[in-house]
Every structure is written in structure tokens, then in C-alpha cells.
Design a protein around this ligand. Structure first.
Ligand SMILES: [Zn+2]
Length: 414
């Protein structure tokens, strides 16, 4: 066993409750001014006030001792919404958007998601792995120790299964914890353009059973949006996924208020994501259904759109998580500190609310709350040593990387 002791840490961590932190609990963060963390192999053995941890460490042979000199330490970021498995960037399309072309028009013209689909179908499994691993390495550098990755650039059974194999391999061959989500309902592929209903049938009868048999995906996600999948189609796909044992996620009310948030509430999905256009009624339904709202401020930033109504959601009792949405199109953001910065400066969350949203609530949003998201004995030794005194430095040093050290599964990187 490898034992490491970290001393003189100013620790900030959410604390596990019976469910995701909603309402006032979104801002509840425990703090130890002179804290220590004892790590055994990949897990936290003890964490908290220095003397308590020293008592637990007494008599143990320490392989490493680190003096953190009073730096703020937070749980490793949990990026609960990414599409970080792809084969090529789409910088050219970004320039088109900057020139004023709306995203749904780019999609109609065969760009957007569909060009990534062509790239991923053409890429070898090995190339797809190496491209995606490079992205994950950058996210780790910025403090992401857990990442949810969605498939959805295959849109046929074979390529979706290939993507999920690559996502599983990323989990085995990086220090990060990776949660795989099947998102065959990310767009209607070109070959089904004339008959989208036929693609929904294919999803239900062939793709979902094949994905369940493969056994990698924990969740099924659907892009419920005008011109993509309707509320009715989304409901059918998610209900089928539920019968196959998958957890449910939904891209809801990103561009138009179709009632996606209400659907997520009705189905008691684990999370509803984006929600830029969610109505008051939709927000009520999320609260009633205990659904985590996964908000993606870097996407709104990148699309030059108003941010989701995070404060209203917190007031109404919806647990809020915040993620990058890392993808080749609408948002090529690899930095959780940037997401925290936007949440504080543009969505008016407090540093504490943003911290809970990027750690423990995010872990709840991907069913990983028992393993990651807070600093507690038994959980993964995932934490970030900040270059500052408090989590507020993430917004104070906007655009920089106020990260001194990242510990993922007990492994350190600078
Ligand atoms: Zn997404």
C-alpha cells in the first residue's frame, strides 16, 4: 500500500446528504482551516482537522508527506456532461457561427453534429481513443478527476458500440473516473433524414438492446429539441432505456421550450441538461421530480446566449450541477475553473454554490455520489490544490489556471 499525508490544507468540501444538495443546502460547504488528508492507495483514509488526521496516521509508514502551506483544497471536479469522445475539432464551423450563421441552420446544411458523425465513423478505434485521451489529459490538468462522456457521434449500432468501448478504455487508461452514457439519440443521421420515425424505431428495437447487451453505458441521453427529437419520441426512447436498466438523462429546453424539463420531471430522470429556455412550469417539475439540473454556462457563452436561470432553480429547490459540455461544436471548453468562473460572474452563484455544483451535485447527476464529489473517508482520493486561499480564486483568477496540484485516484500531477 502507498500512504500519503497532506498537511496544512485549507479544506473546502460539500458533505454527503441523503440526496443532491437543493435550495439552501446548495451553499453548504464544510471548511477546515488547518486540515490534513491521509491517502491510502487510491482512496481517502482520513480527512479533516490536522490533529484528528495525525491520530489516524500515527504508527503508519508514510511513503510521502506534502506540506500544502495553507492552500485551498477542494474535491476534484466532476464534469457531469461532456461529449469528449470525438475524432476531430470543428474550428471552421465556429468561425461560421461567429459570422452569424445559427446552429440549427448549420445542422440542416449537414454540418454540426453530422460532420462529427462522419469523422467518428471514419476513425479507427485506436485514433478515436488517442484523440479523446489528449482532451481528457487537458481536463485533468484543469482539475477534472471524474468525467461523464456521451456517445452520439456514431448514430448507427456499430459506431455507437465502438464509441462506448473507447469511453470505457479511457476510464481504464487515464487516472480519471469515466462514466459512459449512450446518446444514440443525439441527432437523426443523414441516412434516416427522410424518415426520422424509422430511426426512433431503430433506436428502440436494435441500438438500445445492443448497447444494453454490451453493458458499458450506465445512462441513456436524448437531445429533445425542435428538428431533433420531439417530447413524444424522447419519452419513448427513454422508457425503453429504463426497461433495459439504464439511468435516464435528457438534453432539455436548450434552444426552445418544448417541455423537456417537464418530461425529465415526469420520468424522474437523474438529470436534465442545458435548460436555457426552461419555463417556470418546467423548473417546478424538475424540483418535484428530484431531477438534477446540469447547467452548461460555457455553452451559453460560446453561443452568445443568455445563461440558464440558475438562481431561480436554486430558489425553487432544484439541485444545480455545472459542467463543461466539452464537444467539437457548440462548446470546446476543457476547463472546469472557467465554468466555475462563469457561474459566479455571470449566473450570480456564490463560490460555495458553484463548488457544490461542480463536485457533489455533479456526482449525484451521474450516479457517482458514493465514490466521488466530496472529501470523505472511503471516497476516491480526488482533490485539487488551488493556487489561492479559497474557491473564490477560481473566479478571481478568471482565465488563468489557479491550480497547483491535482490528485486523481491518489496519483499526483502538477
Ligand atoms: Zn450535450
Amino acid at each position: 500500500m502507498t500512504t500519503k499525508l497532506f498537511r496544512h490544507a485549507h479544506i473546502y468540501t460539500p458533505k454527503m446528504g441523503p440526496g443532491p444538495a437543493a435550495g439552501a443546502a446548495q451553499a453548504e460547504v464544510a471548511e477546515w482551516r488547518d486540515g490534513s488528508i491521509l491517502v491510502e492507495d487510491e482512496r481517502i483514509a482520513a480527512v479533516g482537522a490536522a490533529q484528528d488526521v495525525e491520530n489516524k496516521a500515527a504508527g503508519k509508514a508514510l511513503d510521502e508527506e506534502h506540506d500544502l502551506e495553507g492552500a485551498a483544497v477542494i474535491p476534484g471536479f466532476v464534469d457531469s456532461h461532456t461529449h469528449a469522445c470525438f475524432a476531430a475539432t470543428r474550428e471552421g464551423e465556429f468561425s461560421m457561427r461567429l459570422a452569424g450563421k445559427p446552429y440549427l441552420e448549420i445542422l440542416k446544411a449537414g454540418g454540426g453534429i453530422l460532420s462529427s458523425v462522419r469523422d467518428v465513423r471514419a476513425a479507427s478505434e485506436e485514433d478515436l481513443f488517442h484523440f479523446s485521451r489528449r482532451l481528457l489529459k487537458t481536463t485533468l490538468h484543469y482539475g477534472t478527476t471524474t468525467v461523464e462522456i456521451k456517445s452520439g457521434y456514431g448514430l448507427d449500432t456499430e459506431t455507437e458500440l465502438k464509441m462506448l468501448r473507447v469511453i470505457a478504455r479511457l476510464g481504464r487508461e487515464t487516472p480519471q473516473t469515466v462514466t459512459p452514457t449512450f446518446m444514440g439519440a443525439h441527432a437523426v443521421p443523414e441516412e434516416h433524414k427522410a424518415n426520422p420515425a424509422g430511426y426512433v424505431t431503430l433506436l428502440e428495437n436494435e441500438m438500445l438492446p445492443a448497447v444494453a447487451k454490451q453493458g458499458i453505458a450506465r445512462f441513456c441521453d436524448v437531445f429533445c429539441e425542435e428538428g431533433v427529437f420531439s417530447v413524444e419520441q424522447s419519452r419513448k426512447i427513454l422508457q425503453k432505456a429504463r426497461t433495459l436498466g439504464m439511468g435516464l438523462k435528457l438534453h432539455a429546453d436548450e434552444v426552445h421550450d418544448l417541455g423537456g424539463a417537464s418530461l425529465a420531471g415526469e420520468l424522474r430522470a437523474i438529470s436534465a441538461e442545458h435548460l436555457l429556455a426552461a419555463s417556470d412550469e418546467g423548473i417546478e417539475k424538475l424540483a418535484q421530480g428530484g431531477v438534477v439540473a446540469v447547467l452548461l454556462p460555457a455553452t451559453a457563452y460560446s453561443l452568445k446566449k443568455p445563461f440558464a436561470r440558475a438562481q431561480t432553480m436554486i430558489e425553487k429547490g432544484v439541485p444545480v450541477a455545472l459542467a463543461t459540455d466539452l464537444n467539437p461544436g457548440s462548446c470546446f471548453c476543457q476547463s472546469m475553473p472557467f465554468v466555475v468562473s462563469l457561474a459566479i460572474m455571470r449566473m450570480n452563484l456564490t463560490p460555495e454554490e458553484a463548488l457544490v455544483g461542480t463536485t457533489l451535485n455533479a456526482a449525484w447527476a451521474i450516479g457517482m455520489e458514493k465514490e466521488v464529489g466530496s472529501l470523505e473517508p472511503g471516497k476516491m482520493a480526488d482533490f485539487v490544490v488551488l493556487d489561492g486561499e479559497s474557491p473564490a480564486v477560481l473566479a478571481y483568477a478568471s482565465g488563468a489556471r489557479p491550480v497547483r496540484l491535482v490528485c486523481a485516484k491518489g496519483m499526483l500531477s502538477e
